[in-house]
Design a protein around this ligand. Structure first.
Ligand SMILES: *Cc1c(COP(=O)(O)O)cnc(C)c1O
Length: 431
């Protein structure tokens, strides 16, 4: 086995990461020992975790999972974490609600079952707690003492909180002009929060330089040198959706795209469930959602290209504002292989979709949720998403962090004196 070393790593002899067996290159298949590596030493392709997956019967495994804790650790046999992970100080995210969206289904004309996987219910109110929880265990195994990341907002908060809980230092980097809710959420846990004058792609480039510098020694960047482990956290969305549907694959899933990691790992999770016999093997379609103001993957999909041309983001959906998405080409592969699509919506449609979800289901999603539901609506109207099939929409974050998107049009209906006469005179109480 070849071993690639990275400046600033702090590996221990043999990290205990449960069923994780090695890292393997997604492009050439070369395998590497488990460590804080992210690019193949031979071809620079991205590395991902390879497993010795459980061998028993599907029934046994299903029972073992169902008897586990009500968080992502119920899937520990399928994740790169030690067997005793549930006993360690971790935020224990996951097992969020899969909401059957009756009113929304009626409004959109969906008859085959419409569900919202509501990941705003995680500890720091976004799906990022899933990926960070796994990265924390990898950081522990490799002996890192500082947790770091480049973030579009939610990741910074998730890292700050997880580091606080795990007793690690944190120093996280964000574009300087994020929403106040994201900034406060990232700062409140007490680590260092650094605003970079630039967009996410500038922040990411800065972090790549920092990893190679003595300043970054002993630092685990959850989405850079721990990225292969980090990515595995998104598989738990796939596991939960299928388990909550009664160990059944949905027909169609709509997922927002920033770097594309979440979408590709949800597909990996579904494939694993099929391979393990935990769900029946039948076709499913994966749809990717972007904002028009940052739609490099959607543009490539529509043009029939295999490569993704970087864009300069300009959208209210800041959590998805990655102009040069690392996993873009893999997203294209998955959308095409499964018969899905990648689509985008305008900022105005994002706001409308946030309010549609709130009005129909009582779920207040962030701008990324508006992007995903907006794209779902657009693809249903275009006849691309089949309304007679089971469809899951992933709401990845909480609207309280992106209040600006809806604050102009969501205000008190009226302000009155505390008297019934005033209430009557205002013509209220009839809604
Ligand atoms: C980070 C993020 C995503 C998607 O991230 P990927 O980089 O594509 O994995 C989606 N929604 C929200 C709210 C996010 O913060």
């Amino acid at each position: 086995m070849a071993v690639q070393t990275v400046a600033g790593n702090a590996t221990t002899a043999s990290p205990d990461l449960g069923p994780a067996a090695a890292l393997s290159c997604r492009e050439c298949g070369e395998r590497f020992e488990l460590g804080p590596l992210f690019a193949c030493a031979s071809c620079f392709g991205p590395l991902e975790v390879a497993y010795d997956l459980p061998t028993g019967s599907p029934e046994e495994l299903r029972k073992r999972i169902e008897a586990g804790p009500d968080n992502i650790w119920r899937y520990a046999p399928l994740l790169p974490v030690p067997a005793d992970v549930a006993d360690k100080p971790n935020l224990n995210p996951g097992f969020t609600k899969l909401v059957k969206a009756y009113n929304l289904a009626r409004e959109l004309g969906v008859t085959g079952g419409l569900y919202v996987k509501d990941d705003s219910g995680n500890p720091t109110h976004s799906f990022k707690d899933r990926v960070v929880a796994i990265a924390v265990e990898a950081a522990r195994a490799f002996g890192f003492t500082t947790l770091s990341c480049s973030s579009t907002g939610n990741l910074a908060g998730a890292v700050g909180a997880a580091a606080a809980r795990a007793g690690l230092r944190s120093c996280v980097f964000i574009p300087h002009d994020l929403e106040q809710g994201k900034v406060v959420m990232a700062a409140v846990y007490g680590g260092e929060l650094v605003g970079i004058e630039g967009n996410y792609d500038d922040v990411n480039r800065f972090c790549s330089e920092l990893i190679g510098d003595p300043l970054g020694e002993g630092w685990g960047f959850v989405n850079v040198n721990l990225r292969p482990y980090y990515g595995e956290g998104s598989k738990t969305l796939a596991y939960e959706i299928c388990e909550q549907l009664g160990w059944r694959l949905p027909d169609q899933i709509v997922i927002p795209i920033a770097s594309g990691s979440q979408l590709t790992k949800i597909d990996k999770g579904l494939q694993e469930l099929i391979k393990l016999g935990l769900v029946e093997d039948r076709p499913y379609k994966i749809f990717g959602a972007q904002a028009e103001g940052c739609s490099p993957v959607s543009a490539a999909f529509k043009a029939g290209h295999d490569v993704v041309r970087p864009q300069k983001p300009n959208t209210i959906a800041k959590s998805l504002a990655i102009g040069n998405p690392a996993d873009g080409p893999y997203v294209l592969d998955i959308a095409r292989r499964t018969g899905g699509a990648v689509e985008d919506v305008t900022d105005e449609q994002v706001v409308d979709a946030i309010k549609l979800l709130a009005r129909t289901e009582g779920i207040f999603g962030e701008t990324a949720g508006g992007v995903t539901l907006g794209v779902t609506k657009k693809l249903i109207e275009a006849g691309v998403i089949d309304p007679t099939l089971t469809t899951v929409v992933v709401n990845t974050g909480d609207g309280l962090k992106t209040l600006d998107a809806v604050s102009a049009t969501s205000q008190a209906t009226a302000t009155i004196k505390p008297s019934l006469d005033a209430f009557r005179a205002a013509g209220l109480g009839t809604a």
